[in-house]
Design a binder for this molecule. Structure first.
Ligand code: PLP
Length: 437
């Protein structure tokens, strides 16, 4: 029965994909795009039009209008290569360095410690490999031959850690508790005299728990290890400052905070050993070769600065917590079949992301529910977006000790600026109908 569901699912996906094939215009001379006046504004995309309810902000967010506006000049008039010396290049470099300053301020870093990349995945790969390989080269495997990560990291951390294992590093994965937190004591047990790096995410992308990064970083430092955090899901949603948390390295992604896709950044504390993984020209202070994406950097900095502005961040967090808690209460009222993936204390903003609710539905598989919900107008994820096309139970939920059968019925609602109470009501109403059939 399960496999026939998969078959139907793939056929439906194919039909849906064909019906919505994007129109990519071939250039035949003249203007390749419709004139501005005839174009739909970018922020009025189908994903946010009234008939659709977008509840997958942890997967990606709509581009903030301010970010789009700030980026526009760097697609056209100010197209220079930031590495060149003449006026066009100088203008591009100035925009890039201004973006670095604005982003650094939002991260609690100083501008030279910020390196632009192509996204969260690249930042994680560059930092994990770059720090471990440089540390082992400097100190030898006896002092820097071991790496620790939590077992519920995003694949963009787990895969580079697995690659280090193939390259001869010893690896320890620390399991989080049932409640979705990595405890400093569990980390202390995993540390060794030769631990080079510890990597624990700031906020988990599937269950939304905010990790005790400051305590975890202190525990790593006590044993002489460096500390990296994947802060892709935390930035712009909760107060975050690399300086206050005391981390040595951190990864960020633009498209999770209202910036463009394909842009990210990493923070690397000044004296941290690092061997660049992308080699070529000397861009980004020799840390990441390749002509910089000036428009992307400007869009990222604008979006991050907007999302991290303290007044806006606090107000938005309070609004989302109210929506989140309302949703959790209404889900609980649907009966014993629906359960939260981790305990979610009402009002909590310190330990749980404000807009994220992960829950499981007993007796229904998440892929089937997602297809039905999509048809009813709702966009959300089963687990992380990147693994949503496979029917494997989420490694995050399994790492919490959740039985496989239960994990296969998991859904994640992640809310953002566009989400309102009416949408949440409509979602609960539709889900409730599905449970009755
Ligand atoms: N890390 C976490 C925690 C994420 O949620 C994601 C994306 O879902 C990534 C890394 C990858 O970021 P990007 O899509 O910018 O490569």
């Amino acid at each position: 029965m399960f496999h026939s569901t998969i078959g139907i699912l793939y056929v439906m996906r194919h039909v849906i994909a064909k019906a919505h094939r994007p129109v990519i215009m071939r250039y035949h001379g003249g203007m390749p795009y419709a004139p501005t006046s005839r174009r739909r504004p970018a922020h009025a995309s189908p994903a946010t039009s009234p008939e659709r309810v977008y509840l997958d902000h942890a997967a990606t967010t709509p581009l903030a209008p301010e970010a789009l506006e700030a980026m526009m000049p760097y697609f056209a008039a100010s197209f220079g290569n930031a590495s060149t010396l003449y006026r066009e290049g100088r203008q591009a470099r100035e925009a890039l360095e201004q973006a670095r300053e604005v982003l650094a301020e939002a991260l609690g870093a100083s501008p030279p410690e910020v390196c632009f990349t192509s996204g969260g995945t690249e930042s994680n790969n560059a930092l994990i490999a770059g720090i471990c390989i440089a540390s082992r080269r400097r100190l030898g495997a006896q002092k820097a031959g071991h790496v620790v990560a939590s077992a519920f990291e995003h694949p963009a951390v787990l895969e580079p850690v697995a690659a280090l294992k193939r390259a001869g590093f010893e690896v320890t994965l620390v399991r989080p508790g049932h409640d979705g937190f990595v405890s400093p004591d569990a980390l202390k047990d995993a540390l060794k005299d030769n631990t080079a790096l510890v990597s624990v995410m700031a906020a988990n992308n599937e269950v939304g728990t905010i990790q005790p990064v400051r305590e975890l970083a202190a525990a790593a430092h006590e044993r002489g290890a460096l500390f990296h955090t994947d802060a892709v899901q935390a930035l712009g949603k909760v107060g975050f400052s690399v300086a206050e948390l005391g981390v040595d390295a951190a990864s960020f992604s633009a498209h999770k905070v209202g910036g463009p896709k394909g842009v990210g950044a990493f923070y690397l504390r000044r004296t941290t050993p690092f061997e660049p993984q992308q080699l070529g020209g000397g861009q980004e202070g020799m840390r990441r070769a390749g002509t910089q994406n000036v428009a992307g950097a400007v869009g990222f900095a604008t979006a991050a600065s907007r999302a991290c502005e303290p007044g806006r961040l606090l107000a938005e967090a309070a609004r989302l917590v109210a929506l989140r808690d309302g949703l959790a209460a209404r889900l609980a009222a649907l009966g014993a079949r629906v359960r939260m993936s981790v305990p979610l204390p009402p009002g909590d903003v310190q330990r749980h992301l404000p807009g994220l609710v992960s829950f499981t539905v007993n007796g229904l598989d998440s892929q089937t529910m997602l297809v039905s919900l999509d048809e009813a107008g709702f966009a959300l994820s089963a687990a992380s977006a990147c693994s949503a096309s496979s029917l494997k139970a989420s490694h995050v939920l399994l790492s919490l000790g959740m039985p496989r059968d239960r994990a296969l019925g998991a859904l994640r609602v992640s809310m953002g600026e566009q989400t309102n109470a009416r949408q949440i009501d409509a979602f609960v109403h539709t889900l409730s109908g599905m449970l009755k059939t």
